[in-house]
Design a protein around this ligand. Structure first.
Ligand code: FAD
Length: 317
């Protein structure tokens, strides 16, 4: 049977989470279809055709889909569902908002946040904030799954030549209207995609001290993240939170500064390739998963690291 991947995008470009989800779909079928619901998405559809693993790009292009309100998108997906054994979406705000509605419409149980695929009917997902891994076996005809992007590599964006199909928009009476979108603007890389992430915790003490972290992040061309304690204390906006109830990240390098390493924080970053912890408490649990640990006062360590990085940059230039 074929597998449908619902694309996360901004009407111009696919989000990288879509590419991770397509890689997950490859473990289920060779016949992968990519569904793009949006407004003025001709160019996006054309560029998506070249994704190597995708056999068909299905688009529904309508002005009402500009903001991809899930109440409007979900009936379109439900309508296509009988053609597919599995329907996948990224386990992001987008997928978490959309797929449960489709599951309800189809009266099937959603399998959330999968990190591995054992077979056509057996999927791996973390439970208890990642402290246990469960294998979920199902005999449902249609399996709806959100996929944790950090658990699958991005697929190749080039080399393919998928077919293109236009489907008509099904209008539904919905009570939800789009009001506005507030996007935090930053010159730094996006937290979910960054190669390096520098995260700060309660140890930073206040929002002014986060400037230290921004300086370090800028030297490393890194994204900035934070623990929930730092967010709840108002040091930084909640879009920066990493963890079970924040963003999941898996960068090449994750630097945790003044973060104790609670399981809920680890759930969002422990897949990082190299973890560096800076904490003055040697007993802090973050050191249990860190590849490199620096037991030091961050207010002393960070300026010194920045100074060293400056020196290095001078030598290199
Ligand atoms: P603390 O635990 O207070 O640690 C601060 C650390 O800074 C300490 O280890 C201390 O030694 C160190 N420190 C202090 N001063 C300095 C200094 N000068 N130099 C160096 N080190 C210093 N948390 C998340 O992060 N993300 C989540 O998504 C999340 N989801 C949650 C969901 C639920 C349902 C619950 C119950 C909790 C969740 N939490 C989450 C909260 C989590 O349990 C912790 O409370 C939180 O991660 C602690 O943040 P912290 O490490 O910054 O603070």
């Amino acid at each position: 049977m074929s597998v449908l991947v619902v694309a996360e995008h901004d009407n111009k470009n696919l989000k990288s989470s879509t590419l991770n989800t397509i890689s997950a779909a490859e473990k289920l079928s060779e016949d992968i279809h990519l569904l793009i619901l949006g407004n003025k998405i001709e160019d996006l559809a054309k560029s998506s055709k070249s994704i190597q693993l995708v056999k068909k790009v299905i688009i529904c292009d309508h002005e009402k889909l500009e903001n991809q309100i899930p109440e409007l998108s979900s009936p379109i997906i439900s309508n296509l569902a009988e053609n597919y054994s599995h329907i996948l979406a990224p386990s992001s705000t987008f997928g978490k908002n959309l797929l449960p509605r489709v599951s309800a419409q189809l009266d099937v149980t959603q399998i959330s946040d999968i990190i591995g695929i054992e077979s056509q009917d057996t999927f791996i997902r973390p439970i208890y904030a990642g402290n246990a891994i469960s294998y979920v076996q199902t005999d449902q005809k249609i399996n709806l799954m959100t996929v944790r992007p950090t658990s699958f590599e991005k697929c190749e964006e080039a080399g393919g030549d998928a077919a293109l199909e236009n489907i008509t928009f099904i209008d539904s009476e919905v009570k939800t209207t789009f009001v506005n979108r507030e996007v935090s603007k930053s010159d730094r890389p996006e937290l979910g995609n960054a190669r390096v992430v520098v995260s700060g915790g309660r140890g930073l003490e206040n929002s002014d001290n986060f400037k230290l972290l921004y300086d370090l992040a800028d030297k490393l061309n890194a994204a900035v993240g934070a623990s929930r304690a730092a967010v709840d204390s108002g040091y930084i906006g909640n879009e920066y939170q990493v963890g079970q109830t924040g963003k999941m990240v898996a960068p090449e390098l994750y630097i945790a500064v003044g973060i104790s390493g609670a399981i809920q924080h680890l759930a969002g970053m422990k897949e990082s390739k190299v973890i560096v912890a800076i904490n003055k408490d040697l007993e802090a649990p973050i050191f249990n998963i860190a590849d490199y640990g620096l037991s030091s006062d961050l207010f002393q360590a960070i300026p010194e690291i920045i100074k060293e990085l400056d020196l290095l940059n001078q030598i290199e230039s």
